[in-house]
Design a binder for this molecule. Structure first.
Ligand SMILES: NC(=O)c1ccc[n+]([C@@H]2O[C@H](COP(=O)([O-])OP(=O)(O)OC[C@H]3O[C@@H](n4cnc5c(N)ncnc54)[C@H](OP(=O)(O)O)[C@@H]3O)[C@@H](O)[C@H]2O)c1
Length: 211
């Protein structure tokens, strides 16, 4: 199967490496394509560099928008016409950094990245919030654990998105665990109670229910 990854920086590159090593074919895109080319060369035959963000979607069932929150809307607007029928997977936390590297939240407390992104997508796109619940290093080191895989939490209210994101999560070497609809996705973000947790499948239900 083929997945587009738009954004090949800190988290996009790790997601790409993990799902490619699980057998997925990738179409990569980034702002100036330099990082996408570097990553494709590293991954090898499983990854190709698209001509641009729209081209990345050709032949892909799903697209991972591994972008900073502040550029997400403009990229979604640019590719909107190609998103009908696609699964859109978003790991973005609603954060921005100033020139000194000070990080701040760009949404009011209580409003999640997922709820805002859902309002930016065109009709017919299938949204899941996933792959942003761990920092990149932790995500990489927690994948393909044995004997039991670690859990990767995701949120969606859309059955098609749920099916596809579960496949991608397993391909990346994790066990998927749904926490609820998009309105729950704030729990996955930096500061959320399910962020940066490495747990096995047996622990997931009580964490999700908050018991
Ligand atoms: N890094 C983490 O540990 C981590 C973990 C969980 C969630 N997240 C979330 O994931 C999101 C991405 O974080 P990151 O650390 O991966 O950011 P990053 O390292 O800055 O990477 C952002 C990527 O977006 C690309 N990009 C920027 N504008 C673009 C455009 N118009 N079209 C296509 N690609 C564009 C950049 O391209 P170039 O490479 O060409 O500049 C870069 O590859 C953030 O919202 C963050 O909160 C990050």
């Amino acid at each position: 199967m083929t997945t587009a990854i738009i954004g090949t920086g800190g988290i996009g590159s790790v997601i790409a490496r993990q799902i490619a090593s699980g057998g997925e074919t990738l179409r990569l895109s980034s702002a100036d394509l330099k990082s996408a080319r570097r990553l494709a060369a590293e991954i090898g035959r499983a990854a190709v560099v698209a001509a641009d963000n729209r081209d990345a979607l050709h032949g892909a069932e799903a697209v991972v928008l591994a972008l900073r929150f502040t550029v997400l809307k403009s990229v979604i607007d640019d590719i909107a016409q190609s998103l009908a029928g696609k699964v859109v997977v978003v790991p973005s936390n609603p954060l921005s950094a100033d020139a000194q590297g000070n990080v701040s939240r760009v949404l009011p407390e209580g409003q999640s990245s997922g709820e805002v992104v859902a309002g930016w997508l065109p009709p017919g796109a299938h949204l899941a919030m996933a792959f942003g619940s761990m920092s990149a290093g932790l995500f990489e080191s927690a994948s393909n654990r044995s004997p039991k895989p670690a859990v990767l939490f995701y949120a969606t209210g859309d059955d098609r998105a749920g099916e596809e994101v579960e496949r991608l999560i397993r391909t990346a070497g994790f066990e998927p665990a749904k926490i609820g609809g998009i309105e729950q996705s704030g729990r996955l973000e930096v500061g959320g109670d399910l962020h940066d947790l490495v747990v096995g499948p047996a622990q997931a239900p009580s964490l999700i229910s908050g018991a």
